[in-house]
Design a protein. Structure first.
Length: 161
């Protein structure tokens, strides 16, 4: 567990574990999503690398990665979530199937900005075959972060759609 001074949110803040939008829902990303997550991003590497917020970042890797390496990455995301230093959510299709169910259609990341201390960096991607969800996801998540999270809205960086 990390100390509170490195947490992204105050100690008294209850981090949302779900969010339901129009045609999608979020839940914390973890190793239980490994096969579906790996299939989702490897099916559209070029599409994701062209998504606002991912252009020029070098992720996802064009060569892909093994299931074991992807699982290790998801374990890290889950640990960061529990330590409250960064929050990764899987984007699941549908809005009422319950935790752990549904196709993985993307991911959302909320973390401290690397180059701008004190700012919050948000990025998200959706599969190429669910590109129609990109703008609604962006709009809904930005409103959710501004309304429900303890962030100064002027300090949130989330590439426009």
């Amino acid at each position: 567990m990390t100390d509170d001074q490195h947490a992204l949110v105050p100690a008294g803040f209850t981090v949302p574990r779900t969010f339901v939008g129009d045609g999608f829902r979020l839940e914390p990303l973890g190793p239980q999503h490994n096969a579906r997550d790996l299939a989702a991003w490897t099916a559209g590497i070029d599409h994701i690398r062209a998504t606002p917020g991912f252009v020029g970042r070098g992720w996802p890797p064009v060569e892909g990665m093994s299931a074991e390496a992807n699982r290790a990455d998801l374990v890290r995301h889950a640990r960061e979530f529990e330590e409250r230093v960064a929050f990764a959510y899987t984007v699941l299709e549908g809005d009422d199937d319950g935790p752990g169910s549904g196709d993985v259609v993307g991911c959302l990341y909320v973390h401290p900005a690397r180059e701008a201390p004190g700012r919050i960096q948000v990025s998200s991607w959706v599969r190429a075959d669910r590109a129609h969800l990109d703008a609604p996801l962006h709009h809904a998540v930005l409103a959710w972060l501004r309304a429900e999270w303890p962030f100064d809205a002027t300090r949130i960086d989330y590439a426009p759609r």
